[in-house]
Design a protein around this ligand. Structure first.
Ligand SMILES: NC(=O)c1ccc[n+]([C@@H]2O[C@H](COP(=O)([O-])OP(=O)(O)OC[C@H]3O[C@@H](n4cnc5c(N)ncnc54)[C@H](OP(=O)(O)O)[C@@H]3O)[C@@H](O)[C@H]2O)c1
Length: 237
């Protein structure tokens, strides 16, 4: 039986690695990228003809999401990984000149954008076997564990991402599906505009842990989505 997955933000970083590992697991993957100049996903598609479909996608845009959903040639969707995200300003605290416009952009991508994609793909998820949505959230979205004094846009966006995931879970659960909110760990990617050499793990380690946690471990179906790190440890909401 063929299995179908959709991954956002596959230009580079964790999304690209998740797409690659899903292909190795036998999935046919719709790998979405926002920037057509980013060619790494083309190399994967060339290596796995027919198993990787590249779709242009900007999750901040209603039109772009609608178009990608309409062009998706899958009979159903087993797994949706909402990975795309942006950081915004990391260091600004309440005494700094806060960039509210940038904050709205971060929230529109990380929280609203994630919901935009899931809502557009819900009819296909309903037809799939897995009916699984994985939202790449962050420990930064935990209100219980909040110790920072700034990074408002990102932290608020990931907390809102967690809430939209909980709301979607209540719909998917009735169809036999579920949502996972996942913290991928501190991963060496280019999210900060350069390779983050302070990171603890590679995208390969993070992606392998996420897919093992989501696809290989038997989880009880719970009323609430699971909020886990890439090793399967629970995070406080
Ligand atoms: N790296 C970490 O330590 C860490 C920790 C916690 C959570 N996360 C989360 O992990 C996810 C993946 O991040 P990453 O570390 O792999 O960073 P990354 O390499 O910057 O990946 C983010 C991806 O999202 C894409 N993207 C940005 N805006 C988009 C939009 N509007 N529509 C569609 N795609 C868009 C980026 O494309 P372009 O770069 O080409 O614009 C890129 O492909 C994010 O949700 C992030 O918040 C990462």
């Amino acid at each position: 039986m063929k299995r179908y997955a959709f991954v956002t933000g596959c230009d580079h970083g964790l999304g690209l690695t998740l797409a690659e590992q899903l292909v190795h697991r036998g999935y046919t993957v719709a790998a979405c990228r926002i920037d057509e100049q980013e060619k790494q996903i083309d190399a994967l598609a060339e290596r796995w003809p027919g198993q990787v479909i590249i779709l242009p996608l900007d999750i901040s845009s209603d039109g772009s999401v609608r178009k990608a959903a309409a062009e998706l040639p899958f009979p159903g969707l087993d797994l949706l990984i909402n990975n795309a995200g942006i950081l915004g300003h990391m260091d600004d605290g309440p005494d700094d000149a806060l960039d509210f416009e940038l904050m709205q952009k971060v929230i529109n991508v990380n929280a609203v954008g994630t919901l935009r994609v899931t809502a557009a793909l819900l009819p296909l998820l309903e037809k799939g076997n897995g009916k699984t949505v994985v939202n790449i959230s962050s420990e930064a979205g935990s209100i219980t564990d909040c110790e920072r004094v700034g990074w408002f846009g990102y932290c608020m966006s990931k907390a809102a991402n967690n809430m939209q995931g909980a709301l979607i879970h209540n719909t998917l659960r009735k169809m036999g599906g579920r949502v996972f909110q996942i913290h991928p760990g501190h991963v060496a990617t280019y999210m900060r505009g350069h390779l983050d050499t302070t990171a603890r793990i590679t995208p390969d380690i993070s992606a392998a842990g996420i897919l093992k946690t989501v696809l290989d471990v038997d989880h009880e179906t719970e009323e609430r989505p699971l909020y886990l790190d890439y090793q399967g440890n629970r995070l406080p909401w």
